[in-house]
Design a binder for this molecule. Sequence first.
Ligand SMILES: Cc1cc2nc3c(=O)[nH]c(=O)nc-3n(C[C@H](O)[C@H](O)[C@H](O)COP(=O)(O)OP(=O)(O)OC[C@H]3O[C@@H](n4cnc5c(N)ncnc54)[C@H](O)[C@@H]3O)c2cc1C
Length: 174
Amino acid sequence: MSLPQFTLLRPRTLQEAVGALAKHVSNIRVLAGGTDLIPSMRQKLFEPEYVLDIRHLAELKGVHRQSGEGVSIGALSTLTSIEHSEFLRKHYPVLTEAAATVASPVLRNMGTIGGNICLDTRCLWYNQSLTWRFLHQERWRLMPCCSRRNQVLGGILWRHSSGAALPECRDRDG
Ligand SMILES: Cc1cc2nc3c(=O)[nH]c(=O)nc-3n(C[C@H](O)[C@H](O)[C@H](O)COP(=O)(O)OP(=O)(O)OC[C@H]3O[C@@H](n4cnc5c(N)ncnc54)[C@H](O)[C@@H]3O)c2cc1C
């Protein structure tokens, strides 16, 4: 199946990326590893006018220890890089073990942690019935959600204290 036509945008910085998202908010999709987005576009599940290629943005790469807090994992970290990170294996083995169970080695080489989290099917809102969404639309509008089309997931912060992963989203307001 062929891809629908779209315009590819390659922002030079994260700031440019969120600017493009804000500008084309209803008609744009972020491209990371492409393991889900590209097949979905071929199947015409999404036909965005713009595709925002963020793969080269250095700000979204790497695993960084946050002193006293935990670890910050850039959204563009591939599942393979998480699986093979010596630092994560030593301090957060549950993450390396979980990454190693996803799909196949080829998909883990391409697929990113950010893309894994931002899959539409991970979204509590998306996974509900139309009736549920209608009934909860006001409450949901107030909830933080990285999958909103004007945000880029920068990474996750895995906290020592709670063991919880907090998304670090970036929109036009920072
Ligand atoms: C055959 C197969 C088997 C799989 N098996 C498993 C499994 O066992 N367990 C599991 O957990 N997952 C599984 N997956 C899902 C896989 O982990 C995801 O496809 C992959 O991690 C997505 O990452 P990506 O970088 O390729 O995302 P992309 O395909 O580039 O993007 C996916 C979605 O996320 C959005 N997105 C990506 N990055 C960002 C960002 N930084 N900010 C905002 N939005 C963003 C895109 O716009 C798109 O909507 C499987 C997938 C396939 C195809």
